[in-house]
Each structure stands twice: as structure tokens, then as C-alpha cells.
Ligand binder design. Structure first.
Ligand SMILES: Nc1nc2c(ncn2[C@@H]2O[C@H](COP(=O)(O)OP(=O)(O)O)[C@@H](O)[C@H]2O)c(=O)[nH]1
Ligand SMILES: [Mg+2]
Length: 230
């Protein structure tokens, strides 16, 4: 057993997951995939690689996939819990660099929007959506973090325990924002490490209007509660 485990949520990533799992073999990490019953056979590929998979009954959302995966990882004796996407957007070479910083902050965020970070092949629409969500979250919640929506992270288990993940309610990508907010509220130290996010070459994004809407709604209501001092 390694001291770090990578939790990877998947839904229909059959064309990407094998490349990622192969590359991750070079790093001293255990791997846990949380697959939402992908009809394309994603889970079967993972099993061929000898990787542990939690197979859920259907597409239950990114937030709940992470809650499930983190709960299992926390029940074991790891020091760090890593999260990254399955679609090749998060580079294993960037993870190797991020891991060199373990111990310096309890939450390390792989950040697109700090100096030396960036994006490749992303549509202008997605870039503005990400920049806009970060600007809005920082305006209303004063988080002071450039890439609060990044799904490329390393958590110290001590911080994850303080966060009480079972009480994080976000269903979609807003999970990242709620986790960051809670981490800061529980006294967590947060550092951002520059990464290059490369848009997927295979498969399709699971981002939807409903997912974006949940984030806008939750950020707005947290901002309002903050304003009235609650
Ligand atoms: N288990 C699970 N994984 C999901 C779900 N939605 C997205 N993912 C995974 O989360 C990661 C990020 O999703 P992606 O569609 O690439 O989002 P984007 O990069 O923002 O366009 C990928 O590994 C997806 O397969 C879900 O409902 N359940
Ligand atoms: Mg993606």
C-alpha cells in the first residue's frame, strides 16, 4: 500500500481511462475508480489494469462519486487523497510535480489560473465559464483562490476528516467549490500549483446546464447567507 491514493470518477471514459491508468503506474500511488455504471465498459478496462473500482448503479453525479470514493479511502490508512479527471485533461506529469509539495499545504490545488498554469484546446465558452465561475465565487465568498473549480487536487487526510465530507451537499461540479469553502472554514491551508489543463481528445464532457445552474444558485445563496452573517 502507498501513502497516497488517487480517486478517479468516471462516466463513459473507455477511450481515455487506459492511457491514464498506464501513466499512473509510474507514480507511488494506489488507485480507486468510482464508475457510475458506464455503459461503454469503462469499469471493465479498469479491472483489466487490476485497479479497484466502485461500480455504482447509474449516473449519480460527480459530488456523490467523490463522497463515496473519499469515504472508502478515509477508512484506510492513507496520508493523502488525490482527485483527478479520467479524460486526460489532468496530466500525470503535473501530478508528479504537485506531489513534491505534499506537506506544505493541507489542500494542494492544481491551478489553471495562476502564473505558469494554463489551458490547451479548451473552447472560449468553457474558458469564460471557468473564469466567470471563479470570479463570481471569489466576489461573493472571498475565498482568495484563483482556481476554486479545479478537480485536480491533493488533500491531506487530516483536513478531509475536519471537512466532514458526508455533510457536503453539492451534486455536480459545485462540489469543488463547497469543499474549498469548507476546507478554509475548518482552518485548512490551501496552496495552488500551476498545471496545464488539456481538453479531452476522446469522449464528451458531462458538463450540463443543470450542473452550471446548481453552482450559480449555491454560490449566490452562500454569498447571501454570508452577507446576513450566517
Ligand atoms: N462517477 C461519475 N463521474 C463523473 C460524473 N460526471 C462527470 N464525471 C467524471 O468527472 C470527470 C470530469 O468530467 P468532464 O465531463 O470531463 O468535465 P469537464 O472537464 O468539466 O468537461 C471525468 O472523469 C468524468 O468521467 C458522474 O456523474 N459520475
Ligand atoms: Mg474533462
Amino acid at each position: 500500500m502507498n501513502t497516497s491514493i488517487v480517486v478517479i470518477p468516471t462516466y463513459n471514459e473507455v477511450e481515455s481511462i487506459g492511457t491514464l491508468l498506464g501513466a499512473l503506474k509510474a507514480l507511488p500511488v494506489d488507485i480507486l475508480v468510482v464508475d457510475d455504471g458506464s455503459p461503454d465498459g469503462t469499469a471493465e478496462i479498469c479491472k483489466e489494469f487490476g485497479v479497484e473500482v466502485i461500480s455504482r448503479s447509474g449516473k449519480l453525479g460527480l459530488g456523490s462519486a467523490y463522497r463515496t470514493g473519499f469515504a472508502l479511502a478515509l477508512a484506510r490508512d492513507y496520508h493523502s487523497i488525490i482527485q483527478m479527471d479520467a479524460d486526460g485533461s489532468h496530466q500525470v506529469s503535473d501530478l508528479a510535480r504537485m506531489m513534491e509539495w505534499i506537506g506544505t499545504s493541507e489542500l494542494l490545488i492544481g491551478s489553471r489560473w495562476v502564473a505558469d498554469g494554463g489551458i490547451e484546446n479548451w473552447s472560449k465558452f468553457r474558458e469564460y465559464l471557468s473564469r466567470g465561475a471563479n470570479a463570481y465565487a471569489n466576489l461573493l465568498l472571498s475565498l482568495g483562490i484563483k482556481d476554486v473549480t479545479s478537480g485536480f487536487r491533493i488533500y491531506d487526510v487530516g483536513l478531509l476528516r475536519r471537512v466532514e465530507i458526508s455533510t457536503i451537499n453539492s451534486e455536480g461540479y459545485c462540489f469543488q467549490i463547497e469543499m474549498t469553502r469548507r476546507a478554509l472554514a475548518r482552518g485548512g491551508s490551501v496552496g495552488e500549483i500551476p498545471i496545464t489543463f488539456i481538453e479531452r481528445a476522446h469522449g464528451v464532457s458531462k458538463m450540463s446546464f443543470a450542473i452550471a445552474f446548481e453552482a450559480i444558485l449555491r454560490i449566490t445563496s452562500w454569498g447571501f447567507l454570508r452577507l446576513i452573517g450566517r
